[in-house]
Write a protein that binds this ligand. Structure first.
Ligand code: FAD
Ligand code: FES
Length: 272
């Protein structure tokens, strides 16, 4: 598919946005809030913003971050410092400006039929689930159960657990080393929980985290015949569907993470 440059860039506005706050959460995790135009209120959980992380051409590529909340102040992201781009973000101060594209991609679609929504997050993959949990509550007027399972390597890396509160919401934390909550992988914690259900109809799973966690969630979803969506991460170049640098293998051909995703139905991804 060939798209002309003008068409590509008209599909997302390049914005200059002000930093409202940049809060150190713990270890190498931060929350950044930026002031965004009113149309960001239409953003969907799972969509991302594409940030220019430098004042010059290094790093050349923008960096993608899931929207973790939309508030009256603007948009939040939660990020972990892993390299030059995220280090640049961590040094931003209130009142400074950033060059941002977004909201981009396709987010989670909230199942209308489900009575139990299971959100599974691994590491910094918990970020978009904050926004998703809020949206599910709003759209279902609190009439459904939300089970949130968050997985971390160890207790010191637990982030954002206070963001998951409310009636009919239960939070389950798993640490691989057993230092807090369930001992082991979060996908196993979900499976152990599901075993107690007498009927598995009316359940919908939404997952974001490392690809091995997503693979385990996919396996579980196939085994128990539960509909699931996963947020896939890939190196994002243009972020607008033009360069095809972000493809993943789908059952019917390659899929662009930035355009057809980043959220996919597990049945659309070729897992093997
Ligand atoms: C749709 C999507 C949503 C994401 N949401 C979040 C989030 O909410 N919070 C968070 O902390 N991280 C998120 N990430 C990952 C985040 O984009 C990378 O951690 C970040 O780009 C690293 O940049 P860096 O310069 O600090 O690291 P680098 O040292 O450049 O790279 C470290 C690693 O980051 C990844 N990376 C580097 N460049 C890119 C790029 N252009 N696109 C994607 N990944 C890249 C690669 O895996 C690389 O090995 C998301 C990624 C995607 C694709
Ligand atoms: S990053 Fe260019 S097509 Fe997805």
């Amino acid at each position: 598919m060939v798209q002309r440059k003008e068409e590509v860039f008209s599909s997302a506005q390049k914005l200059r946005v002000e930093v409202v706050s940049n809060t150190h959460l713990k270890a190498n995790f931060y929350r950044l809030t930026i002031k965004t135009p009113a149309y960001f209120s239409k953003a969907q959980p799972g969509q991302f913003i594409h940030i220019k992380v430098g004042d010059d051409f290094s790093p050349l590529l923008r960096r993608p971050f899931s929207i973790s909340n939309v508030t009256s102040f603007g948009v939040d992201i939660v990020y972990r410092i892993v390299g030059k781009g995220t280090r640049f973000l961590s040094e931003l101060r209130e009142g400074e400006y950033l060059d941002v594209l977004g909201p981009l991609g396709r987010g989670f679609s909230i199942s209308r039929e489900a009575k139990i929504h299971i959100l599974v997050g691994g590491g910094v993959g918990v970020a978009p689930l904050i926004f998703l949990a809020r949206k599910i509550k709003e759209e279902t007027e609190g009439k459904v159960s939300i089970l949130v399972f968050l997985g971390f390597k160890r207790k010191e890396e637990i982030i954002c657990q206070n963001q998951f509160t409310g009636v009919n919401l239960s939070l389950h934390i798993a640490c691989e080393d057993g230092s807090y909550g369930y001992r082991g992988l979060v996908s196993q914690a979900v499976e152990d929980y599901l075993i107690n259900f007498t009927s598995l109809s009316g359940i919908s799973i939404y997952a974001c985290g490392p690809v091995e966690m997503l693979r385990a969630v996919a396996r579980l979803s196939f085994n128990y015949a539960i509909s699931s969506q996963v947020l896939m991460e890939e190196i994002i170049g243009c972020g607008l569907g033009a360069c095809r640098g972000c493809v993943v293998r789908g059952v019917a051909g390659y899929l662009r993470v930035c355009k057809e995703g980043p959220v996919f139905n597990i049945r659309d991804i070729a897992w093997s």
